[in-house]
Design a binder for this molecule. Structure first.
Ligand code: NCD
Length: 313
């Protein structure tokens, strides 16, 4: 299949159709084999990747950096912009044009919805959206899909239950778009009424064929769940911190929760968790947020960098 991601920006999950998604997942599988067999390769030797992160990150930042390293690329790591000219008031376009002069791709995390799109408009080099405010987080969604498809063989016919801050959670906004590419997928949305999935996105997803149910109680959705996707209430998006305190622990996943789920069901979380999943759950083999999503993030980001920077992978 032709690599249509070559030299392309990755800004939204909407730019993926099933065949493009399958290409990324297949390439991620190849990357897994490379890492398990040899640790690294040099297919991106001579390339440089900038990771420009205006918001905090552990996994996304370090998995992109390690992905670049394992592919033989160099990188410019800018985590927190305190030590760049952004702290002197430099605009996003100027910052982007600077790093586009030095590197072959820019991975950007920013607090504003649409920032990656603006960056792409100014950048002669591909821009990869690593989270734009409450907008999207397409590479997280790709690694979530990799984890789901790796577990179930496909996402067709699954019931995915999304729990927590569906209003502000950008991982949810991207993952739900990718799930709509599969057949007969049901998405159960569990959130406090103040943190429901934006109505516009819900309508779009329904038009694309997702069967969506909304609940306030997690128990109402558990029995039929195949994938329980848990998210943190996004404190940094709240102006009213009392409200955050009231909402933050409405849903807590415990061993009992797992007990009430199908034996085959799995638990995902993009992390960081701040109390939504009890530590006791980590011991259950169905908890894929540590032994699954984390390492898959590296394979998927290797695939993305390779496809964006190399014509044939
Ligand atoms: C997520 C994010 O930044 O949106 N983290 C991540 O990239 N794995 C989820 C979150 O911060 O809650």
């Amino acid at each position: 299949m032709k690599n249509t991601l070559f030299q392309q920006d990755i800004l939204t999950a909407d730019q993926f159709d099933r065949s493009l998604l399958d290409m990324v997942l297949n390439t991620a599988r190849k990357m897994r084999t490379v890492v398990l067999k040899k640790g690294c390769t040099d297919i991106l030797k001579g390339k440089i990747v900038t990771a420009l992160f205006y918001e905090p990150s552990s996994r996304t930042f370090s998995s992109f950096i390690t992905a670049a390293q394992r592919l033989g690329a160099g990188f410019i790591p800018l985590q927190g912009v305190t030590y760049s000219s952004v702290s002197k008031g430099e605009t996003l376009p100027d910052t982007i044009r600077t790093f586009a002069s030095y590197s072959d791709a820019i991975v950007l995390r920013h607090s504003e919805v649409g920032a990656a799109r603006i960056a792409a408009d100014f950048s002669p080099k591909p821009v990869i959206n690593a989270g734009d405010g409450v907008g999207e987080h397409p590479t997280q969604a790709l690694l979530d899909m990799f984890t789901i498809v790796d577990t179930f063989g496909s996402a067709d016919n699954l019931t995915v239950t999304m729990v927590g801050d569906l209003l502000n959670g950008r991982t949810i906004h991207s993952l739900s778009r990718l799930l709509a590419l599969y057949k007969n997928v049901q998405v159960d949305l569990v959130s406090p009424s103040l943190l429901k999935l934006p109505e516009g996105l819900k309508n779009t997803l329904q038009k694309r064929g997702l069967v969506i149910h909304e609940y306030e109680k997690l128990d109402d959705a558990l029995k039929s769940t195949d994938v329980l996707y848990v998210t943190r209430v996004q404190k940094e998006r709240f102006t009213d911190l009392d409200m955050y305190e009231q909402l933050k622990h409405k849903y807590i996943i415990t061993s009992d929760t797992l007990h009430n789920m199908k034996k085959s069901a799995v638990v995902l979380h993009p992390f960081p968790r701040v109390g939504e999943i009890e530590f006791e759950v980590d011991l259950d083999p169905r908890a894929l947020y540590i032994n699954g999503q984390m390492v898959n993030g590296m394979y998927v980001r290797m695939a993305i960098l390779a496809l964006v920077l190399k014509k044939t992978v």
